[in-house]
Design a binder for this molecule. Structure first.
Ligand code: SF4
Length: 372
């Protein structure tokens, strides 16, 4: 069984200026569902292009989107992005307090900022005061590449150094009265990431600072390797009840990150979205084209958001059993296949009719689940 989720403070993310009253508010932490995030790769100064990517991410299931705000050009693009985005926008700011102030003025839902990295205490105070005034949460994001110099020298590239660096920024925010904090401590390998988040969660809980954690393996790599590292790193933490939001970092179009993040949450039974497709790997016993059929089911799945369990099995060995456990299942036979809905045999159909019939049964399952 998955362990009890760590108790965390719920933090509200909401764009302050919005084209629509219905634009989504998203809670991170508490009993709220674990939130899927990603980050744009476009030039923030080009608001239209960035919004196009934000909409693409949102349509894929991304619930919070981060954009970089590194100079005055980016800052100028932010108001239009925030106002027209369908999801909360987070501004990623490093060092420059003017960019943090500009992002807050643009009405972002959250700042990603390490307050201790701002060059002077007065500037830090000014940013935090404005964040408090505008009720804007701050994510402290420490990566192995951005450790405090003295901690790096003393503790090396270790989970201890990541956690200690993060806590230093937490101290600073708390001293200034800001406690709407979310924290990440990302390494580029799964094991260091796991140890760092475990340690940080323990230390936060011991000092009575129940801040939510944003999980991620940073710079995880190209899609195949990044998916594996993220699934192991984030999957183990989520299994242990640690983590309130996640970003899968892939060296790819960010839209590719979203189904991976959802896949991790679905595999752990933490959230439901779209189809859960079981397909046998096929073998010498297969009597239908399992892999092709599964790919076609995957293509159909893109049209639906309802959670439906579909099984595609190649023969009668495991086929009927697995198919009966799914909402809709196919068990292959010689040039034909049996279709089951909710454990009941619907009928046996020639191979060329299977996909059409399967879609029909899927529609029936969805209609039963959502009568209106
Ligand atoms: Fe092979 Fe049948 Fe198992 Fe598929 S269900 S892997 S075809 S034995």
């Amino acid at each position: 069984m998955i362990r009890l989720r760590r108790k965390t403070k719920p933090i509200l993310l909401e764009n302050k200026s919005s084209w629509s009253k219905d634009a989504k508010k998203v809670w991170i932490g508490g009993d709220h569902p674990i939130v899927v995030q990603s980050m744009t790769t476009t030039d923030t100064a080009d608001a239209d292009k960035t919004l196009e990517q934000v909409y693409g991410l949102a349509m894929a299931g991304c619930e919070v989107v981060r954009v970089t705000c590194q100079d005055a050009r980016d800052a100028a693009g932010l108001p239009a992005i925030v106002a027209r985005s369908p999801v909360p926008i987070v501004a990623d700011v490093h060092f420059d307090h003017k960019m943090a102030l500009a992002a807050l003025d643009a009405g972002v839902a959250k700042l990603r900022l390490n307050p201790g990295n701002i060059t002077s205490p007065e500037k830090t105070r000014e940013v935090v005061a404005r964040a408090l005034e505008t009720k804007t949460p701050i994510r402290i994001g420490v990566n192995m590449g951005s450790l405090a110099r003295d901690l790096e020298e003393k503790l090396g590239h270790t989970p201890e150094a990541l956690a200690a660096s993060a806590l230093r920024h937490v101290d600073l925010l708390e001293e200034l009265g800001h406690t709407d904090i979310i924290i990440s401590v990302k390494a580029h390998d799964a094991l260091t990431t796991i140890y760092a988040y475990r340690l940080l969660a323990k230390q936060l809980d011991e000092r009575g600072s129940p801040y939510p954690l944003h999980l991620g393996v940073t710079e995880a790599g190209l899609p195949r390797e990044g998916t594996i590292k993220s699934s192991i790193g984030l999957g183990i933490l989520l299994f242990e009840g640690i983590g309130d939001t996640l970003r899968v970092s892939l060296a790819a179009d960010p839209i590719e990150e979203v189904p991976v993040a959802w896949g991790i949450l679905k595999a752990l039974g933490l959230r439901e979205k779209g189809f859960d497709i079981t397909a046998c790997p096929s073998c010498g016993r297969a009597e239908i084209e399992v892999v092709n059929l599964a790919r076609m089911v995957e293509a159909i799945a893109k049209e639906y958001t309802a959670p439906v369990k579909v099984a595609v099995m190649g023969c009668v060995v495991n086929g009927p059993g697995e198919s009966k456990m799914a909402d809709v299942g196919i068990a292959g036979g010689k040039g034909k296949g049996a279709i089951y809905r909710k454990g009941e045999l619907v009928g046996t159909f020639p191979e060329n009719e299977l996909l059409g019939q399967l879609r029909l049964e899927i529609e029936k399952v969805i209609a039963d689940q959502y009568p209106d």
